[in-house]
Design a protein around this ligand. Sequence first.
Ligand code: NAP
Length: 468
Amino acid sequence: MNEHVIHFIYMAAAACFILALKWLSAVPTAKRGVITGILGMLLAVGGTVLAPEIRHYLWILVAFAVGGIIGVPMALMPMTAVPQRTALSHAFGALAAALVGTAEYYLDTRDVFTLTNLTHFKMGAIGLEVLLGFLTFTASLMAFGKLQEILPTRPITYKGQNIVNLSLLTAAVVVTILLILDPGKTYLFPVLMVLSLAFGVLFIIPIGGADMPTVISLLNSYAGLSASAMGFVLNNKLLIIAGALDGSSGFILSIIMCKAMNRSFTNVLFGAFGQVQAAAVAGEQKTARSAAPEEAAALLEAANSVMIVPGYGMAAAQAQHAVRELYDTLTKRGVDVKFAIHPVAGRMPGHMNVLLAEADIPYDRLLEMEDANRELPQTDVALVIGANDVTNPAARTDKSSPIYGMPILDVDKARTVMVIKRSLNPGFAGIDNELYYLDKTLMLFGDAKGFTTQLVKNLATDNGGGFH
Ligand code: NAP
C-alpha cells in the first residue's frame, strides 16, 4: 500500500487514541471512548500489516494466533481481577518492546556495515526501550504474582535494600551510557538485559499488595515510554504518539491515586506500606453491635435519606445487581437513596462506577467524595456495603495510623451507620476500623450479595421490626 495512505491511516489512529482518552475520562462518554480506542487500534494494526516492506505474513499470523490464545481467556477474568490482568498486559507489552529493541540492536551490530546504522541517538532510544521494557516485564509479573497471591503480598524488606536497588539501577544506566558512547561493545548488551530484569524483581519485593494498583499504573507509564522509545528506533510516528499518551496517562493516574490515599510517590515506592502492624492497644476489649436483616430493613424503611457506600466487598461478592434492587425498593418507598463513591474504593480507580453502571444505577445518584461528605451529616442512614479502609475515621484522627491523612468518606457523621461485611476483619491496609465500635453503628454480618438480597426480601414483605 502507498506510504502516504499508511501515514494517513496512522494519523487517523493517533486522533482516535487522543479522542478515546478524552472520552474515557467521563462516564457518559466512556463507551464511545472504548469504541474509538478499538477503532484506533484496528487502524494502527491494519496500517502496519499493509506496509510495503512486509513480504511474508506467516509469522504475523502465528503471532496473531498466539496473542489470541493468551488474550481471550485474559479478557474473561472477573472484574475483581482487573488489576492483575492489567499487570499481565503491561508485562506482555513491555516484553514485546524490549524484544524489538534487542532484535534491532543485534541486526545493527551484525557487521561493520550495518553498525553505521546504529547512531548514538538510535542506541540511546534502544537502551531506554530495553531498560524500561525488561524492568517493566519482570516488575509487572511480580505485581501479578502478588495480586493473585501466588507470591507473598506483604512487603519483603531487608537492611540496605534501597541502596541495593539504587545501585542496580545506576549500574544499568551506566551500561546504557557506555553503549551509547560505543554501540559496538556487544558484550555490554546482555549485561544491560540482566540488570534490567533483576531490577524489575527487586523493585517490587518491598512494595505491599495494597500499593500494587498504584505501582501497576506507574509500570503502565514505563511500558508506554518504552513503546515510545521503540517508535524512535523503528522511525514509527504512531508508536511515538501512542507510547507518549500511554506513558503520560499512566503517570497522571498514579499521581491521582497517590493523592486519593494522601501518599507520596516515595512513600508508595519505598515505604513498605502494609507490613504487619504492631499489635494494637492490648487489653482494651471493644464490642460491636450487630443486627439481623429484619431490623436493618426496618431502619432503612423508616429513613428519609440513605447513603450507600460501596467498596471492595461489593465487587468481590458481585452484589451490584442486589444493590440495584435495594435502590429500587427503597426509592419506591419514597426514601432518597444516593451512592457515595470514594476514588480508591475497590481495587482500581473507577471500580465502583463500573459495577454500578453495569447494574444500571442512574449516574446522577452517584456522589463524589467531597459532595457525599457535605451530605452525610444530614443523612439518616449510611449503609456501607463491603467498604472498610475508605470509611476508617482513624485516617482523620489517629496520627500513628498508616492511613492517617487519607481523605475518607465521613460515614460516622451520619445519624446511623450500618456496615455489611462478613466479619470484623480489616480491609486491604490491614488495620482495625473503629467505626465498627461506635454507638451509632450496627454491623450486618454476612456476604454483601446475600445480606442485601435479604434486606430487599424483608422490605418487599413489609416486615416491621425495631432498632434494639
Ligand atoms: P477494603 O478496605 O479492602 O475492605 C473491603 C472489605 O470488604 C473487607 O474488610 C472485607 O471484610 C469485605 N468483604 C470482602 N469480601 C466480602 C463479601 N463477599 N461480602 C461482604 N464483604 C466482603 O476496601 P475499600 O474500603 O473499598 O478500600 C480499598 C482499599 O484498596 C484501600 O485501602 C485503598 O487504598 C486500596 N487501593 C485501592 C486502589 C484503587 O484504585 N481502588 C488502588 C490502590 C489501593 P470481611 O472479610 O469481614 O468480609
